[in-house]
Design a binder for this molecule. Structure first.
Ligand SMILES: NC(=O)c1ccc[n+]([C@@H]2O[C@H](COP(=O)([O-])OP(=O)(O)OC[C@H]3O[C@@H](n4cnc5c(N)ncnc54)[C@H](O)[C@@H]3O)[C@@H](O)[C@H]2O)c1
Length: 345
């Protein structure tokens, strides 16, 4: 495949780029290099003959048309987005412009290019989305592909809108799309404003480890490499017009998650007190969803996907990665807003 990946300098996009190149595909990485991007994430593959980087913004229609014409991809994997819920509370505009308008621009550029090629059925537009579009669960139940949309933050509302646009472009124009909605990812190259890297780095720096509210909010965690593998499977084998929920079936409350990370650090880098003593409860996030959990039956039964690592293995790999990759994360701590509490409303 010749894959146009948007957002390939971000956390999940870069995992997709690395894996796609390793699997022998060609990649055109389109990224605006926002505060959340890091080209080092793809340094391992950037000299490959099958890799091209295009510094472009999905809000720029002319740039997108030029990129399709120049590179003639047969597949689009759309990951570029503003992705941090706390930032969406403080500044929703960027989320509307990139996640909704940017997706619209990309759909239109893809449709124009696809039409110019004679509308091949083999073309794919894969939209990568989140389980947050489904809203918040109570103590029981899981999100299936048929769960009604009920987004509750500016971030999740913008992603829900983009999902609707992608479905509409399939129904109206027959653009061959597939969609995925995934649970929370973690792993190497996770930007240091997100919960797991914040926990690891604050623990290492002897700082308070912040937990919103009482820590009872539950998330379903998936190792990022397993997500990348699932995405490459869906784009090749998924049925046109269909969506697939992706999740690790690893539900942990935030408090359980943070304690697990502290336990790993206690083993790998012991000090006199447990790192768990640094845990500090801070003001709740406005509109904080209580629980997310994915039912991955469809992708498992129809495409044979299942995660390759348990959350225990994945967390240990992640902590070890941050311990030996200080030069990667130290530079990012200087970026705007990193290390400060955002999104208090
Ligand atoms: N992180 C998660 O746990 C998770 C879970 C499910 C789904 N998702 C979805 O996966 C995708 C990737 O998430 P992530 O965590 O890797 O995000 P990220 O914030 O780490 O990376 C986003 C990338 O998109 C780029 N980008 C942002 N605005 C752009 C624009 N206007 N034009 C071009 N590039 C732009 C950034 O520069 C960055 O490289 C997103 O669509 C997100 O909604 C994320």
């Amino acid at each position: 495949m010749k894959i146009l990946v948007t957002g390939g300098a971000g956390f999940i996009g870069s995992a997709v780029v690395r894996r796609a190149i390793a699997n022998g595909h060609e990649v055109v990485n389109v990224d605006a290099l926002t505060y959340a991007a890091c080209l080092e994430n793809v340094a391992a593959v950037s000299d490959s003959s099958g890799y091209v980087f295009e510094h472009a913004d999905i809000r720029d229609c002319d740039a997108l048309n030029r990129i399709f014409e120049t590179h003639k991809p047969d597949t689009v994997m759309h990951l570029a987005a503003e992705s941090h819920v706390d930032r969406s509370i403080d500044g929703p505009k960027n989320f509307i412009e990139t996640n909704i308008c940017g997706t619209f621009n990309l759909l239109e550029a893809a449709r124009k290019y696809w039409a110019s090629q004679g509308r091949p059925e083999t073309f794919r537009f894969h939209h990568v989305s989140t389980d947050e579009v489904f809203g918040s669960l109570g103590a029981t139940g899981k999100f299936t592909e048929d769960t009604p949309y009920d987004p509750r933050s500016p971030y999740s509302a913008s992603k829900a809108s983009s999902d609707h646009l992608v479905r509409a472009w399939h129904e109206t124009y027959r653009l061959p799309v597939v969609l995925t909605n995934c649970s929370n990812n973690y792993g190497p190259y996770h930007f240091p404003e997100k919960l797991i890297p914040v926990v690891i780095l604050n623990a290492l720096h002897g700082k308070p480890i912040p937990i919103y509210g009482n820590g009872s909010n539950v998330r379903d965690w998936l190792y990022v490499e397993d997500h990348a593998e699932a995405l490459l499977l869906v784009v090749r084998k998924g049925e046109i017009g269909r969506s697939y929920n992706i999740g690790g079936e690893n539900e942990l409350s935030n408090l359980e998650l943070v304690r697990a990370i502290c336990g790993i650090l206690d083993r790998l880098l012991p000090k006199t007190n447990s790192y768990a003593e640094q845990i500090t409860f801070v003001a709740e996030r406005p509109g904080h969803d209580m629980r997310y959990a994915i039912d991955p039956t469809r992708i498992r039964e129809e495409l044979g996907w299942r995660p390759s690592v348990t959350v225990e293995e994945g967390l240990e790999r992640t902590v070890r990665w941050y311990l030996v990759n200080e030069s990667w994360w130290r530079a990012l701590l200087e970026r705007d807003g990193v290390g400060h509490r955002l999104g208090v409303g």
